[in-house]
Design a protein around this ligand. Structure first.
Ligand SMILES: Nc1nc2c(ncn2[C@@H]2O[C@H](COP(=O)(O)OP(=O)(O)O)[C@@H](O)[C@H]2O)c(=O)[nH]1
Ligand SMILES: [Mg+2]
Length: 301
């Protein structure tokens, strides 16, 4: 396993290959087209990484739209840090913490939309247009939970609109509240890979696929971060004793030493007593992503 410092450019070029500029331009055009029908945009972010999971163009794309920010996967992130993000991001748009798997927080969305549109609706009503339908669309990078969110809301609100015979099939709308309809296909935006840290945060959370970056390197970097910011969680999860901590920290490469220790404890050994790097990496990544290491946020405001 190599644990020498990676060159930023290396990570950057590995991950950016995923998004071909032509594809980005096409996606952007389609979203711009869809947005013409839309009153409110829901921007879905991963609450563990609100910076890295944000598309760099979203502000520009939605500059004439009302917007709500959802900090999704709040079941996985650090509650204290969630509060700070809520405060910070509320300066630009209303923010709701959600868990699209269980539906937590989702019931608040429709109410927020009404609040946002109140003045606009009043204006329209004054012009004699009552019961205007508010049209909503979801935007976000891959894996933040857009489909889960739509499925959740669709289940709660069985009524689908625009899906009747004779009605154009190209756009399907889901009723999400009185006079509110959600476009059933989200806008899938590209992530940004401005620097190494952002690329790694996307890799840690599984937002970008594991085969793009070397899994052992990703797990190593994750463990390093966790040992810095959530040391107690690591110690508890892998039942590391005080004397083991001393042994680790005395080593010239403490994080690799820690990885080996975790491997020993988890039986990730190969013949000759060596450590199965791949297997340890999988264990660490899996434990983090399934919250077995606790609720963890990787970015603070
Ligand atoms: N724990 C947790 N997992 C979620 C949440 N929302 C989505 N997921 C999971 O994240 C993965 C990606 O979700 P998906 O809806 O397909 O994301 P999309 O690519 O944005 O449509 C799936 O495995 C979901 O089950 C959430 O709020 N909490
Ligand atoms: Mg999806």
């Amino acid at each position: 396993m190599s644990n020498n410092k990676k060159d930023n450019q290396e990570v950057f070029s590995k991950v950016s290959i995923n998004w071909y500029p032509g594809h980005m331009a096409k996606t952007r055009k389609q979203i711009e087209q869809d947005l013409k029908l839309i009153d409110v945009v829901i921007e879905l972010l991963d609450s563990r990484i609100p910076i890295a999971s944000r598309n760099p163009d979203i502000k520009n794309l939605t500059k004439n739209k009302k917007r709500i920010i959802l900090l999704n996967k709040c079941d996985l992130s650090d509650e204290g840090i969630n509060k700070k993000w809520l405060e910070k991001l509320s300066q630009e748009a209303p923010v709701i913490l959600t868990d699209a798997n269980t539906g937590k927080g989702i019931e608040k969305v429709s109410k927020k939309i009404d609040e946002l549109m109140k003045d606009e609706i009043a204006k329209q009503a004054a012009r004699g247009r009552i019961n205007k339908t508010i049209r909503v669309m979801i935007l976000g990078i891959p894996n933040v939970g857009k489909s889960s969110f739509i499925n959740r809301i669709a289940k709660k609100n069985k009524l689908e609109v625009g899906n009747r015979p004779g009605v154009t099939k190209s756009k399907q709308w889901i009723r999400i509240g009185k006079n509110q309809e959600l476009l059933d296909t989200p806008g899938v935006l590209w992530p940004k890979f401005e620097n190494n840290e952002i690329a790694l945060n996307l890799a840690f959370t599984g937002t970008i696929k594991d085969d793009i970056l070397e899994k052992t390197e990703v797990a190593y970097e994750l463990l390093k971060r966790l040992y810095e910011d959530y040391k107690e969680n690591v110690i508890q999860r892998y039942k590391i004793s005080d004397s083991e901590i001393i042994g680790i920290e005395e080593n010239s490469n403490p994080i690799y030493e820690l990885m080996k220790l975790i491997g020993k404890k988890r039986g990730a050994l190969v013949s000759g007593g060596n450590i199965d790097d791949e297997k340890i990496a999988r264990i660490i990544l899996e434990d983090f992503r399934t919250c077995k290491l606790g609720k963890i946020s990787l970015e603070k405001p």
